[in-house]
Design a protein around this ligand. Structure first.
Ligand code: 5GP
Ligand code: ZN
Length: 114
């Protein structure tokens, strides 16, 4: 756990979150500022700063994040219409440096995203 990391503090229960899925190695909770009717963040419970670090540490953990997102998409009734995003680095819009997979759904999306 990183003491000054927001998402580590959510994992530790120090900051409240609306948890939708709690697995051994991953946690899924609703984004506090949702950009779609369904906007869930799936994170590793262990502190790793981004998706590349998760891959380098343990590729099966990256698979667990995707599996968690796909399972939440199903439980949210999104069918096969949803978007999965890892913002990686400040230039790509990453603001929290604890890896998180965005699951967005329940509305249409533009491509390219801008
Ligand atoms: P990023 O911009 O790093 O890809 O995404 C960070 C996400 O975390 C944003 O969508 C933001 O709304 C969300 N977020 C920031 N602080 C909190 C918080 O305290 N609780 C929850 N549930 N989400 C947060
Ligand atoms: Zn962290």
């Amino acid at each position: 756990m990183s003491e000054d990391c927001l998402f580590c503090r959510i994992v530790a229960g120090e900051i409240p979150a609306t948890v939708v899925r709690d697995e051994a190695r991953t946690l899924a909770f609703r984004d506090v500022n949702p950009q779609a009717p369904t906007h869930v963040l799936v994170i590793p419970k262990r502190h790793l700063p981004n998706a590349a670090a998760v891959l380098a540490d343990d590729p099966t953990l990256l698979a667990d994040l995707f599996a968690g997102a796909v399972e939440v998409a199903a439980s949210e009734g999104l069918g096969d219409g949803y978007r999965l995003v890892f913002n990686t680095g400040e230039s790509a819009g990453q603001t929290v440096f604890h890896a998180h997979l965005h699951l967005l759904g329940g509305r249409g999306f533009q491509w390219p995203p801008g």
